[in-house]
Design a protein around this ligand. Structure first.
Ligand SMILES: Nc1ncnc2c1ncn2[C@@H]1O[C@H](COP(=O)(O)OP(=O)(O)OP(=O)(O)O)[C@@H](O)[C@H]1O
Ligand SMILES: [Mg+2]
Length: 197
């Protein structure tokens, strides 16, 4: 596989983030509601007990309505936390309506680091994964930190299903990939479900 040009990846990120910012508040609310509805009826999520999600930033599709539905269904929800000493890695900690979130150094909300709340990757059934863009073969482009590429490296062995969530406008025809990029088996958008295996 040839090394993709960084400029390509950078300009795709810029372009899609621009499209996402153009969505109106009403479109955002509708998208989040539709996605939550599809998601709770998607068998791997309906049957899951341990589900990792993320809290949306930067006009990402708002995952909070989905989290509320999952809590109602008594699912165990967890959120990513920056690893305290392994740079570039994530831990997943239980998230309940009582959790008081704190702001991390990337200015993203996360549960306080309390090892008793740790959920291992082996425990997870589904991981909802953020993305900036995805393509017609399930390749994924994130914000550029490589956090999710590292987390998803051995997802089959861990036994959880990664599910990307995005607005429809985040689909591009073709993404240049790097050797460390992990493609997604499933992506959900407000209008459809994409599955590649
Ligand atoms: N498995 C890995 N091991 C070591 N470094 C990695 C790994 N995955 C990604 N990286 C590093 O992370 C950096 C960012 O990767 P990339 O541009 O693919 O991020 P991304 O997929 O957009 O971000 P994210 O996964 O956080 O959403 C790369 O420069 C790469 O060196
Ligand atoms: Mg990547």
């Amino acid at each position: 596989m040839s090394q993709p040009s960084l400029l390509d990846r950078h300009s795709i990120r810029q372009h899609v983030r621009h499209l996402r910012r153009a969505l109106t508040e009403e479109q955002q609310i509708q998208a989040a509601g539709l996605l939550a509805e599809h998601a709770v009826n998607f068998a791997p999520l309906a049957n899951a007990r341990y589900i990792a999600l993320f809290l949306s930033v930067d006009n990402e599709l708002n995952t909070r309505p989905l989290i509320a539905r999952l809590w109602q269904k008594k699912k165990q929800v967890s959120l990513p936390v920056l690893h305290p000493f392994s740079a570039g890695h994530l831990l997943f900690l239980r998230y309940t309506p009582e959790t008081v979130l704190t702001t991390n150094k990337l200015r993203i909300l996360e549960p306080p680091l309390d090892i008793r709340q740790l959920i291992t990757l082996d425990q997870l059934d589904v991981m909802i994964v953020p993305l900036v863009a995805f393509d017609s073969s399930g390749q994924r482009l994130g914000m550029g930190g490589g956090f999710y590429d590292r987390t998803l490296q051995n997802w089959r062995q861990h036994g959880f299903l990664p599910v990307g969530v995005a607005h429809d406008c985040q689909q591009v025809e073709y993404l240049p990939t790097a050797e460390w990029d992990v493609p997604l088996p499933v992506v959900m958008t407000p209008s459809r479900l994409w599955q590649w295996e």
